[in-house]
Design a protein around this ligand. Structure first.
Ligand code: MN
Length: 411
């Protein structure tokens, strides 16, 4: 990629949706039904309008641009989706391009509604941050043996629920469920320990046939792009129900994602080496090269009628297991994944206390409440609280962001 590109669509230097980004999403307006767009600055490029002006010729796009999910478009393959993004990149650099001559193809973000970008067939949540797994092990099991014996040998994960994944801005209803007081029988009621989990998720761009694993070397080619993922969690429900089969109702009530899918090609300038894995992993999980990404992550909580407070600053580069390893492991038994499937990283915690990716860790299970300037405090989320997460990357002139994922807790 050229490192000096300038868009004729103006935006501030620190904007998330730069010419280096160009993420895909699904938008609608009062007049336009949900369909595919690309974000640039504070505008959405209406791709179908541009195509009709012969501004996207030479592609076999069929009807994919007017679908209300990205699935069919993604299924055209990277030969098309990468080419189209590069085409838009050069049209944005050229003030004589078809797009430049037809500003009606640009719709102000203030006029659009964003939708869930993909139809998610299956969703899997991993547990790939060593710091997060260690923190939870210390809190709930044995501080001396915080990591369970399998953790350093395989990317631990569980199958989640795709039907309750919602787009940023969707209100989150506090779930009720069964919890167990320390002394006494189980009780039913609203969760008292509602939490967020700071995660990133990738979207499968190419499936595999049942019985035929995706090798670690092929894995990158099967990943379309990424979103920010807030895996809302009811800790008291989770604690009582999770033995022995793992997370269930404490997780499945909702997860929120950011609406713009940032492609792996856009993220390439921010690739770096994953942490050294010791002990060495089995051959089917071994890979070389820069497979992690340097993405700065931030979480803030905004209580009703108060200013937001940043409660965590983390980075995606802390992941011990890479996305390629997750996908290779997921399919090594022959399990087939499909276009649009979503795989979340697991909570991303850094080494420092201010880089933890959940309230459970930040408050250390409620022992150290977060204090707001107004004097109010939080151990867990209250009704009316909004949680916002952002992801941003910069390397010299090349910069991009994911926008944000936001969700407000309601009764
Ligand atoms: Mn999770």
């Amino acid at each position: 990629m050229k490192s000096h590109m300038k868009s004729w669509v103006p935006y501030p230097e620190d904007h998330h949706f730069t010419i280096y980004n160009l993420p895909y999403g699904v938008f609608s307006t009062e007049e336009i039904t949900p369909r595919i767009g690309i974000a640039i600055g504070d505008h959405v490029i209406h791709l179908e309008a541009l195509r009709k002006l012969n501004g996207l010729s030479g592609y076999a796009l069929e009807q994919t641009l007017v679908q209300d999910t990205l699935n069919d478009f993604i299924a055209l393959g990277k030969s098309t989706t990468v080419k189209l993004r590069e085409d838009i990149q050069s049209q944005l650099s050229d003030s004589e391009s078809t797009l430049a001559r037809h500003p009606e193809c640009l719709i102000p973000m203030s006029q659009v509604n964003m939708h869930l970008p993909v139809s998610i067939g299956d969703y899997t949540d991993f547990y790939s941050s060593k710091e997060h797994a260690t923190n939870l092990g210390m809190m709930f099991r044995d501080p001396e043996n915080a990591l369970l014996p399998n953790w350093l040998h395989l990317p631990v994960g569980y199958h989640g629920r795709s039907s309750s994944i919602v787009v940023s801005g969707t209100e989150i209803k506090r779930p009720s469920g069964q919890t167990k007081p320390i002394d006494g029988p189980p009780v039913f009621g609203p969760t008292k320990r509602l939490d967020f989990e700071l995660e990133m998720a990738f979207i499968v761009g190419k499936g595999n046939t049942l019985g035929e694993p995706i090798s670690i070397d092929e894995a990158e080619d099967h990943i379309f792009g990424m979103v920010i993922f807030n895996d809302w969690s009811a800790r008291d429900i989770q604690k009582w129900e999770y033995v022995p089969l793992g997370p269930f109702l404490g997780k499945s009530f909702a997860s929120s994602i950011s609406p713009w899918v940032v492609t792996m090609e856009a993220l390439q300038p921010f690739a770096l080496k994953a942490p050294e894995q010791d002990p060495a992993v089995l051959p089917y999980l071994q890979s070389e090269g820069r497979k992690n990404y340097d993405l700065s992550l931030e979480v803030s909580i905004k209580p009703m009628s108060e200013a937001p407070l940043v409660v965590s600053r983390s980075n995606f580069k802390y992941m011990y297991w890479t996305m390629q390893q997750q996908l290779a492991h997921h399919t090594i038994n022959g399990c087939n994944v499909r276009v649009g499937d979503m795989m979340a990283s697991g909570t991303i915690s850094g080494v420092e206390e201010n880089s933890y990716g959940s309230l459970l860790e930040i408050t250390w299970a409620g022992k150290n409440p977060i204090e707001f300037p107004s004097g109010s405090s939080r151990k867990f989320l209250q009704d009316g609280d909004s949680v916002a997460m952002t992801a941003y990357a910069r390397k010299g002139e090349i910069a991009l962001g994911f926008g944000e994922v936001n969700g407000k807790i309601i009764e």
